[in-house]
Each structure stands twice: as C-alpha cells, then as structure tokens.
Design a protein around this ligand. Structure first.
Ligand code: SDX
Length: 428
C-alpha cells in the first residue's frame, strides 16, 4: 500500500501522498495541499523543498555521493572526457563510439559565432567582468537564431539549439579572454576536440602554432566534468524556472550564468583565490582568518567552505585537491596559496565552529588554484565554471520541457500593510 503522511489541521486529518526516488529519497507530495486545506507551505531558500523529479544527477550530502545518470563522479572524472559527459547528461546515456563521433562532428560545425557578434564584444569596457559579458553575449546569440525563439520547438529544432549553445559557448568564453588581453581572437579549428579547441582559442596565437600541453588538456577535461551538473542548485533552478515560461535556450542559460556569478555560488572560486591572496599578503596567519570567519560581527566568510547539501565532504573537492598536487607538480609550479589553502582546511576541520556546522571544503575551494596554474586570470574562473556547468543546465532545461512541467510560480505569505486608503500628496 502506498505510504502517506497525515496532516492534522483545524481538527481535520489530511492524507498526503509520499513518493520515493530510485535512491531511496522520500518526499511528501504537497501539490494538492492548497486545494485540500487552503494552506501553503513556507520554506525560504527551499532548504527542504523539492522542485521537481529528475533523472539527471543524484547527490547524497551525508555520504558525499555524486552521480551523473547513475555513474559515480569519481569514475567519470578518471575515465571520461568532458564532451562524453556532456552527451551523457543531455541525452541520458553514455554514447557509443559512433554517437560520440557524430556529436563531436555536429558541435564542430557550429563553433563559429556570427561575425556581427564582435560588435557586442567591442561594446564592453576592456576590464568589465567576464561573467557580465558572458550572460549578455549568450542572450545576444538569440538574435542570430530566431528559430530558437519559437515556443514548442520540434525535437530536432530543440536539439539544433542545444548543439549550437554547447558549440558556441567555448568560442564566446575564449573570445572574452582574448578581448580582455587586447589580443586578436583565435577561430575554432575542426581538427581539435571540444576541450582542445577551447584551449587553443584561449591560449593559441595568431602569429604561431601553439601546442597545448596534454597535462593542461587532461586537467581541463577533469575540471569541466566535475562542474558539469549538480542537480537543483541555484543556477540550475534559475535555468529551469526561466525555461518554464517557454523562454528560449539562450535566455535561460544567460539567466543561469547570472545566478552562478554570485560569490555564494559559482563566484566563490574567484572569491577563494582573492581570499587566499589576501591571507598571503597578510603574512599567512591562518588562525587569524579562521577566527574572523567564526566571528558573527565580522562579515568575512571562509570562501570555498560550506555547502547546502554536502554535510561531510564534497566529493569534487576531494578529487580537485588531489589533482592540484599532481597538476602543479607536472607543470613545475609551486603556488604558495595552495599551502595556505591546505593549512586553512586542516585548521578548520579541527575547529568546533566548522565541525558543528558541518562546513567542509566545496568544489570551489581548490579549483581556482588549478585554473591559475593552467594560465587563467582570476576573473575568468567563474566563466570556466559556467562552461563546465552548461551541459547540466541544458540537461535540466531539456528534462523540464520533455516532462511538460508547468510554469514555475511559487506562493508566498503576505506580511505587508492591509486596508489602506489613498491620501493626496498634499495631506501626507
Ligand atoms: C557552489 O548548491 C550547489 O550545489 C552549489 C554548487 C554547485 O555545484 O552548483 O555546489 C556550487 O555554489 C558551492 C558553494 C560556494 N560558495 C561558497 O563557498 C561561499 C561560502 N559558503 C557559504 O556562504 C555557505 O556555506 C553556502 C552559501 C555555500 C551554504 O549556505 P547555507 O546552506 O544557506 O548555510 P548558511 O549560510 O545558513 O550557514 C549555516 C551556518 C551559519 O552559521 P549560524 O548562523 O548557524 O551560526 O554556517 C555558517 C553560517 O554563518 N557558515 C559559514 C560558512 N558557510 C556557512 N561560516 C563561515 N564561513 C563559511 N563559508
């Protein structure tokens, strides 16, 4: 017999259905609560509220488990490639060799952006933040693909929009970087795979052929895989709710980029490096900064620490921390802030403030150290997070549309003024 939850309200007992997911998660289905009881629920920040049923990513915050379409992140980070993981997230299964080849070919045919896009690039002040540029440029792509604006696209039309979005993101990201240096942009080359192409457009030169270090290619694939999806996080939820109004893919992804920009979310990877640099300049006194993070009167937070879901460890942080030592050694880089980061982690994990609040390093704590070692400037870190998260956003957006979910529109409890009459300005 199906499990139910009993709710006793105003001397009446209501039975609410309980649903269980494939990994044993349970939820009370309140989709008919207001009709049955006249009540809504309140859960500011949605800390206890599921917004959807999804088959894309599973997280277990207590066990530190992260799986994409059932595959453990540890295996994908070790054995897969970013474009294979993108296929897995978007289409639901690991591709066969032929499917992967066809996907890569399709992407390679759409990596160019319309030459008129350069007018948008030229419009930005040279030091404007790359995330502000990225959200504007991605939204501007819709101007060149009016077919993507058509609500209720056919599956083929939808897939074409998806291919174009994935393909052009790497070009737009690399061109933002090149423009920040005042360098000429590098055009995509079909002989390269997706990640190598991105790195060549980013670090390549017009004047000579540049060979991208395989260590850098491998590290970039791993980082992009680790960022590819994370179920209903702030930016994925934003993409879903914007898409639920039948907004096109470019507008939906642009909204996700804006949500990711915040330092409490994807912007944390930039904030972590800025924090570590500040601690280094201040003499590297980690105890002083840990005390500041604990002080309620001090706005300072230990960036890269804490997570809404992970309450033991973020499996991605574990993988990235290990990769840090490996990559820096291979590249012959000794970065002092890595040692500061390790000391901060060591001190924090013994400190009751962090232990009681279950605050551990998250995906952003070590990732910036690798991005920096690969040659990226700090303000590009969150853009790289967006490049990695794109397949996840698209998978979430596609699933919401395929499941014909209704437009997202939460309720509220009104606590403002009641029954006021208008007063002429002369009498106020
Ligand atoms: C990402 O959701 C996702 O999946 C996101 C993400 C993804 O892949 O999409 O994993 C990516 O966004 C990772 C998180 C990156 N952000 C940061 O590193 C910023 C620093 N961390 C925090 O601001 C915070 O931990 C959050 C935003 C990540 C989580 O915030 P919550 O779940 O709302 O928790 P909270 O702010 O209510 O904190 C609970 C307590 C509070 O203390 P008390 O009021 O109980 O005394 O913990 C404290 C907080 O003050 N706290 C911290 C802290 N994080 C939480 N104290 C010091 N330093 C911190 N970093």
């Amino acid at each position: 017999m199906a499990q139910t939850a009993q709710l006793i309200l105003d001397d009446k007992t209501f039975e609410l259905p309980v649903i269980e997911g494939t990994e044993g998660e349970k939820a009370i289905d309140i989709s008919k609560l207001r009709d049955q009881t006249g009540y809504v629920t309140l859960d500011i920040g949605y800390k206890n509220t599921g917004a959807t049923k999804s088959a894309i990513t599973f997280l277990d915050g207590e066990q530190g488990i992260l799986k994409y379409r059932g595959y453990p992140i540890e295996q994908l980070a070790e054995k897969s490639s970013f474009i294979e993981v993108a296929y897995l997230l978007i289409y639901g299964e690991l591709p066969t060799a032929d499917q992967l080849k066809a996907f890569q070919y399709e992407l390679s045919r759409h990596t160019l952006v319309h030459e008129d896009m350069k007018k948008f690039f030229d419009g930005f002040p040279s030091k404007s933040h790359p995330m502000g540029q990225l959200s504007s440029l991605v939204s501007a792509l819709s101007a060149f693909y009016p077919e993507s604006l058509k609500p209720s696209q056919t599956n083929e039309e939808l897939n074409q929009s998806i291919i174009k979005m994935v393909a052009k993101m790497a070009t737009v990201v690399s061109w933002i970087y090149k423009k920040s240096l005042g360098h000429p942009v590098i055009y995509p080359q079909n002989k390269y795979d997706y990640v190598t192409n991105f790195l060549n457009m980013t670090f390549g030169q017009r004047t000579e052929d540049v060979t991208i270090d395989p260590v850098v290619i491998d590290a970039m694939n791993k980082l992009l895989i680790l960022h590819a999806d994370h179920e209903q996080n702030c930016s994925a939820s934003t993409v879903r709710i914007v898409g639920s109004s039948d907004s096109n893919i470019y507008a939906s992804v642009s909204a996700g980029i804006s949500a990711l920009w915040g330092p409490l979310h994807g912007g944390a990877n930039q904030a972590v490096i800025e924090m570590l640099e500040k601690i280094k300049e201040d003499g590297g006194d980690t105890d002083k900064w840990i005390a500041k993070a604990k002080d309620k009167n001090d706005p300072f937070r230990l960036m890269g620490f804490g997570h809404r879901v992970y309450k033991n460890f973020d499996p991605r942080a574990k993988i990235i921390k290990k990769a840090c030592d490996d990559i820096l050694e291979k590249l012959g880089i000794n970065d002092e802030v890595l040692e500061i980061a390790k000391r901060l982690e060591e001190v924090a994990l013994k400190d009751p403030y962090f232990v009681e609040r279950k605050l551990y390093p998250n995906v952003d704590f070590y990732s910036g150290i690798i991005y920096r070692a690969l040659g990226f400037p700090t303000d590009m870190f969150t853009v790289l997070f967006a490049l990695g998260r794109l397949p996840g956003w698209i998978a979430q957006w596609k699933e919401m549309k395929e499941n014909k979910e209704p437009i997202g529109r939460p309720r509220q409890i009104y606590v403002g003024a009641t029954d006021k009459d208008y007063v002429d300005i002369a009498n106020r």
